[in-house]
Write a protein that binds this ligand. Sequence first.
Ligand code: XIL
Length: 318
Amino acid sequence: ATGLNTAAVAKGKLYFGSATDNPELTDAPYLAQLSNTDDFGQITPGNAQKWDSTEPSQNTFSYTKGDVVANLAAANGQKLRCHTLVWHSQLPNWVSSGTWTNETLIAAMKNHITNVVTHYKGKCYAWDVANEALNEDGTYRNSIFYQTIGEAYLPIAFAAAAAADPDVKLYYNDYNIESAGSKATGAQRIIKLVQQYGAKIDGVGLQAHFIVGSTPSQSAQTSNLAAFAALGVEIAYTELDIRMTLPSTDALLAKQSSDYQNTVAACMANTKCVGITIWDYTDKYSWVPSTFSGQGAALPWDANLAKKPAYAGILTAL
Ligand code: XIL
């Protein structure tokens, strides 16, 4: 049978992939399917490369968990999307509650980026350099970085990442930027800001944490992809999942399948859209139920690792 990655690559995409996380790698049937390159040509560490994991205290770096995922990708012959360098969430206290000046936070941020990107140099297809810098209305999120440094933290971060690894693709990544609106316009403003500063930005990551029945239409996604592509960047769907209010029903699973199909079809129709990553592949390990109370069943494989209708929906679009 032709799997998701095989089909995506045959149509000119770089990969179809999945996020994963360290604790679930002890689950042998889970690991076997994750490592099946017919379905997954790419993996993303869901938590292991975040700031609280990689630099829990200042200038003390810890790569054990991230290396497990990077080594798994290498052993399987899968691409690695590296995630993420500068984000307001999952920050260690020394960053989020530190006493900073413009100068000291720029230095700490650059030191973090330089160390982490250098450690993974040559191993990542892409880095999500900055994650979720925007509010829903397209203004900047009031993170410690924005408060202390202003919007310049973004180009400074991209420049530091490029200096540490000139070959890795550098992405801005966010959610609710998958169709036109204030937040997508904000992401386009960030891309132009980094470009105007003279720093390298290669791509935009659309997280695509969607809801069954209110997923943006295929045409809304297609025109949004064109607006990003017009800025000269590539695009990836980086964290796709489509959740529902539990319990799941046959009708919800059928709608979920067509929502997945429309999203994947939008990527397939734009040559600048390089690949699609789902935010883990099985409902057994989805982040959704613990984050969105009463919701779940967001992924193409159920909690018993059986394929749901969404799997066939995706394959139809590939
Ligand atoms: C999530 C992880 O999947 C969870 O395990 C963790 O508890 C919280 O973060 N946007 C992102 C991802 O960019 O890093 C988040 O991952 C999901 C939302």
